[in-house]
Design a protein around this ligand. Structure first.
Ligand code: ATP
Ligand code: MG
Length: 425
């Protein structure tokens, strides 16, 4: 027997009973970004590997071990995009979008990282990304954080997710902090896991990101980057916090957020779930990255953005029972009571779809007894069944049966049917 070819581990299909949920989530996300007057940008899933190497930093999980990289037939080094900011900046620069102007952009799509698959962590996952360019002042930090907050409020997750903010200052502040961290951790060398020992040499800040429970107490006693901020960074951060307070957005200052990517400066933030996601508790993360555009060859352009993991958002919403059960697959189900009525039924379905474009009309196709057709209508959770048979054909009428309400079924003309359905939906 021929064996069945399966999907790649960590890459999930979205089946019909789940796709409604994805669409519902995507449409709410789009509504909120629209209300902030952000514009969509789309870019390819493949880019030159050099783009990510230059952006993300060599000593990060993504570059060290998570990228899907390969040589194509021309020998070009390519990678599936592990995140969107690098691609967005590349596209914006290439098309001159950053030249003396502000840009407020969003994108949604699949990203790829070769991680160990588990709940909330996949090898293909989806993000909503927000990137805003050209404004160095803290009002922009506040706008983008407020946008993320509005998203979670739109899903009723205001109490489920907590906003953590921090400032990681400038490169200069981080250099001073880095030496302080090395001085602090070096005497504890023996207690550190292999990864942390390596990071102590290559990128000590990433030590604070360690998920190893054994070294958490050590991390909590470590010096704090906030104490190393320069005056202007401190001021910027104070402003951001004042905005959040004025907007009524609660937050915790969390000195341990350093972010996994190297390109951030000053404000960084995360939305973290208390419960419902296990270890994968961060749903959304971002911050300011004023150096990245020039790092990619553009003129110095301040920027602020975030990435929001859609699978983790869906998991949270499911845990909160956000979605109605059961999901209906049609609004009106047309039942064909005799073979002779098939063409008429098809014409009726087409007419209804044209007159009521937002109503989902399912037409029964193929064989099936009246009983089995009614069963299917019921299973679809349609509100109405329409029946076409001998009697109906003769009198140019349609039988309208209410499937969810106790209303007597009746025989109606097409124009009556359309106006009843229009009123109902
Ligand atoms: P983590 O610490 O969980 O590995 P990260 O810092 O690598 O996250 P970012 O690069 O900041 O994640 O991406 C932003 C968001 O994208 C995350 O908060 C998360 O919701 C989502 N995300 C990142 N990696 C994955 C993944 N492998 N599978 C599912 N969602 C992911
Ligand atoms: Mg990660």
């Amino acid at each position: 027997m021929t064996s069945i070819i399966k999907a790649i581990r960590g890459m999930n299909d979205v089946l019909p009973d789940q796709s409604d949920r994805w669409q519902a989530v995507e449409s709410i996300l789009k509504r909120v970004v629209h209300s902030y007057a952000y514009h969509e940008i789309r870019f390819p899933v493949l880019e030159q590997t050099a783009l990510f190497k230059r952006c993300i930093g060599d000593v990060t999980d993504i570059i060290e071990k998570e990228m899907y990289s390969f040589q194509d037939r021309n020998g070009d080094e390519l990678s599936l995009r592990p995140e969107g900011t690098a691609c967005c900046v590349r596209a914006a620069l290439e098309h001159g979008l950053l030249y003396h102007q502000t840009q407020r952009l969003w994108y949604m799509g699949a990203f790829y990282r070769h991680e160990r698959p588990q709940k909330g962590r996949y090898r293909q996952f989806h993000q909503l990304g927000i990137e805003s360019f050209g404004v160095p002042s803290p009002d922009m930090d506040a706008e983008v954080i407020a946008l993320s907050s509005d998203i979670f409020n739109a899903f009723g997750l205001g109490d489920v997710l907590k906003l953590h903010v921090n400032s990681i200052g400038t490169v200069k502040a981080r250099q001073a902090y880095r030496s302080a961290l090395v001085d602090y951790f070096t005497p504890y060398h023996a207690e550190l896991d292999a990864d942390s020992v390596r990071r102590l040499k290559t990128n000590p800040l990433r030590l604070l990101d360690s998920k190893d429970p054994a070294i958490q107490p050590l991390i909590h006693r470590a010096p704090k980057l906030l104490d190393f901020l320069e005056e202007h960074s401190q001021q910027h951060f104070d402003y951001v916090l004042s905005y959040l307070e004025a907007f009524g957005i609660s937050y915790t200052v969390d000195p341990y957020i350093v972010r996994g990517l190297d390109y951030y400066n000053d404000t960084v933030f995360e939305w973290v779930a208390d419960d419902g996601l296990g270890a994968q508790s961060t749903v959304c993360a971002g911050g300011r990255y004023d150096a990245l555009v020039s790092q990619l060859g553009g003129s110095s352009t301040p920027a602020f953005g975030f990435g929001l993991g859609i699978e983790r958002l869906l998991l949270l919403l499911e845990a909160q029972e956000f979605f109605q059960q059961p999901v209906s697959t049609a609004d009106v189900y047309i039942i064909v009571a005799m073979d002779k009525a098939r063409i008429e039924a098809g014409v009726l379905a087409n007419t209804l779809r044209r007159s009521l474009p937002h109503v989902r009309i399912a037409l029964h196709c193929g064989e099936g007894s009246l009983k089995s057709q009614f069963k299917k209508a019921d299973k679809s959770h349609a509100r109405f069944a329409l029946v076409l048979g001998e009697e109906e054909l003769q009198h140019h009428k349609i039988t309208l049966k209410y499937l969810r309400e106790s209303v007597e079924q009746r025989c109606v003309r097409l124009d009556e049917l359309v106006s009843i359905l229009k009123d109902y939906f």
